[in-house]
Design a protein around this ligand. Structure first.
Ligand SMILES: [Zn+2]
Length: 165
């Protein structure tokens, strides 16, 4: 288990969050079924690897940065999903809390991740039936090697044939 912390500016406008922000689908904390975070926290730290590592049943504790009596607890019901606009949408169920920050206030968020090295699977296939890997890295072979060129996927950790000779 690993615990990470970040500072995100609460914005009560609708999703998606801008960079450094936290927003929710309900525009409040108590009714949220989806949390939206920017890629970076409000201090500029890149949380991409956290969003990629989080999975269902991991938890997020959000509290007003300067008033810990305003807080909410959530558990993930699915992995965070990159929205393509720099924000990450996270389906959650709220397990408790009271109050919330006012619009524009900083929040402290604590992320508890069960496994930072969880198993990942690439599930997309191209028209020829070859598995399409999300993060392939070419593997160096000696210049005298005869045979296919191999690659390794950073996402699912599978070694596969990148190009047949
Ligand atoms: Zn893969």
């Amino acid at each position: 288990m690993a615990v990470y912390e970040g500072t995100f500016k609460w914005n009560s406008s609708g999703v998606p969050a801008l960079d450094g922000e936290l927003r929710t689908d309900s525009r409040n904390w108590s009714g949220a079924a989806q949390l939206s975070f920017g890629t970076h926290d409000a201090t500029g730290r890149d949380a991409t690897r956290l969003w990629q590592a989080m999975q269902a049943a991991d938890t997020i504790h959000v509290q007003q940065a300067n008033n810990s009596s305003n807080w909410s607890d959530y558990s993930l019901t699915a992995s965070p999903i990159a929205q393509g606009d720099g924000s990450w949408l996270i389906a959650v169920s709220r397990s408790g809390g009271t109050g919330q920050a006012s619009n524009g206030q900083d929040t402290s968020a604590t992320f508890t991740v069960a496994s930072a090295t969880s198993a990942r699977q690439c599930t997309e296939y191209d028209v020829d039936g070859y598995k399409q890997h999300q993060a392939p890295v070419g593997m160096q072979s000696s210049s005298s090697a005869i045979g296919p060129s191999l690659a390794w996927c950073q996402y699912c950790h599978e070694v596969f044939v990148a190009q047949e000779p």
